[in-house]
Design a protein around this ligand. Structure first.
Ligand SMILES: [Zn+2]
Length: 454
């Protein structure tokens, strides 16, 4: 019976039943207590924040309740980079003794030089726990044999995924990137049940398996694809194709190199990623222009901002992630109360056509919805640096080799982009296999102006 089933849901459904099903109020109470302690630590130990608070004329006693956090200034990635440049190797924002740092990661450096993030033994324990909770939410269990086909070295979700997956008790298989042959061998020999990778790699690897090994990916027996590090696995048409290719359930996760490896994880309901940071990270969604903190309720879109609640090495207050997200809900049939969201893209990726904001992932979503007539691969071609783009938006899209009725496809895609995203596009159709495939993160934008000679 449905009712009985829900009230007696076994505890194996959650890694931490109490915290994952606690009310918003209970979580806020816990966060308020922990934030007060984290602020004590910042005022006492972080040179970066001592200077920042002094400049903003903020005192410790200005924080009495959780809502007071909004009086505190934001922290940006640019500030962290400047802090690291001024005080290498870790920056003024390091609040722990160097002796206590047990590991270092670096952000992927898509917007500049890599920046280093250290963790203490205690930070490591916290990171492992949040990440394990996210993997568990995504459906990984002790019985799983997990192929890790993603970065392993400095990448924040490399060794951290190893720790988290092992802590669940599942078997971690460290394949890394650029090793499709090894990955295929391991899946077959170990009878792997799950794979952790970027959605770009899941798509690339499916093509590779068909082409090189003459095997249908879905016959390999993978049941769970846990994806992350870029938007894609949450784009309906992309997800549908990956699920069809692999015969596996696709869920996605979201983290941040400066805050924690994986903070949001999608449950098998597949209706957005649950917040899993509860007692370790405070998440806000803000209006990126005004900086106003928005209510966490369905339909709200804005920039994700994190505050650490229990961090020793690099505690960050109101850190602007530049991730643009939409809140999808605050309850779920799975029983988790952590709010759910979808990440649309990075603020840096956003394009503006006649005042309308467009994310490349949204264009990919539209083109992918024409599958099987299209392969879903796209490239947006920019003739001049963004974010402002003169219309029409130039989109290259692949038609699939099996496609019939190409007539009209270009018009249909252009019309759907206009209807869905409110911008005019000019679509150039090319044969399947023309556009580049990516083994790590996909690149949806081609900066044609960079290859032009001045
Ligand atoms: Zn759920």
């Amino acid at each position: 019976m449905w009712g009985t089933c829900c009230t007696t849901m076994p505890s194996t459904e959650y890694l931490d039943r109490k915290i994952e099903t606690a009310s918003f109020k209970e979580i806020q109470k816990l966060q308020q207590t922990k934030l007060a302690r984290q602020l004590d630590y910042l005022f006492a130990r972080s040179l970066f924040y001592q200077e920042k608070f002094q400049a903003a004329k903020i005192r410790r006693r200005d924080f009495r309740k959780l809502a007071d956090l909004q009086r505190f200034p934001f922290t940006t990635k640019e500030e962290l980079r400047a802090s690291q440049a001024a005080c290498p190797p870790f920056g003024k924002h390091v609040a722990a003794d160097l002796d206590d740092i047990v590991r270092v990661h670096s952000s992927t450096g898509t917007t500049g030089k890599p920046s280093f993030v250290g963790i203490t033994r205690r930070d490591l324990r916290v990171w492992t726990h949040i990440t394990a909770r996210s993997f568990y939410t995504q459906g990984l269990r002790k019985q799983d044999i997990v192929i890790h086909a993603a970065g392993l070295t400095l990448f924040v979700a490399g060794l951290s995924s190893k720790d988290a997956i092992e802590s669940i008790g599942a078997m971690f298989v460290p394949i890394g990137t650029g090793a499709s042959e090894k990955a295929l061998g391991a899946i077959q020999l170990l009878k792997a049940t799950a794979m952790h990778c970027t959605p770009s790699y899941a798509a690339y690897f499916a093509d590779w398996v068909r082409r090189e090994a003459k095997i249908e990916p879905r016959t390999l027996g993978l049941k769970k694809l846990t994806c992350g590090a870029e938007p894609g696995a949450g784009i309906p048409a992309v997800r549908a194709k990956l699920q069809e290719d692999w015969g596996a359930r696709v869920t996605e996760g979201l983290g941040n190199a400066d805050m924690a490896p994986i903070i949001f994880g999608e449950c098998p309901e597949q209706s957005g990623m649950h917040f899993n940071g509860q007692e370790y990270v405070l998440a806000e969604v803000i209006d990126p222009d005004s900086g106003e903190s928005l209510a966490l309720e369905a339909g709200v879109t804005g920039e994700l901002v994190y505050t650490s609640l229990e961090r020793e090495c690099v505690p960050l207050l109101r850190f602007r992630t530049r991730d643009r997200v939409t809140v999808l809900g605050t309850s779920c049939p799975c029983g988790r109360t952590g709010f759910k969201l979808r990440c649309i893209g990075r603020t840096d990726d956003m394009l503006i056509l006649l005042g309308v904001n467009v994310f490349p992932s949204a264009v990919k979503d539209v083109v992918s919805s024409f599958h099987p007539r299209t392969t879903g691969e796209i490239q947006i071609v920019l003739d001049a640096p963004g974010p402002k783009v003169a219309p029409p938006l130039k989109v290259t899209a692949e038609y699939s080799s099996a496609a019939s009725g190409l007539d009209g496809l270009k018009d249909e895609i252009e019309r759907k982009i206009k209807a869905t995203l409110s911008v005019s596009a000019s679509v150039d159709l090319v044969p399947a296999g023309t556009l580049p495939r990516y083994e790590m993160k996909g690149q949806l934008v081609k900066k044609a102006y960079e290859s032009k000679t001045p």
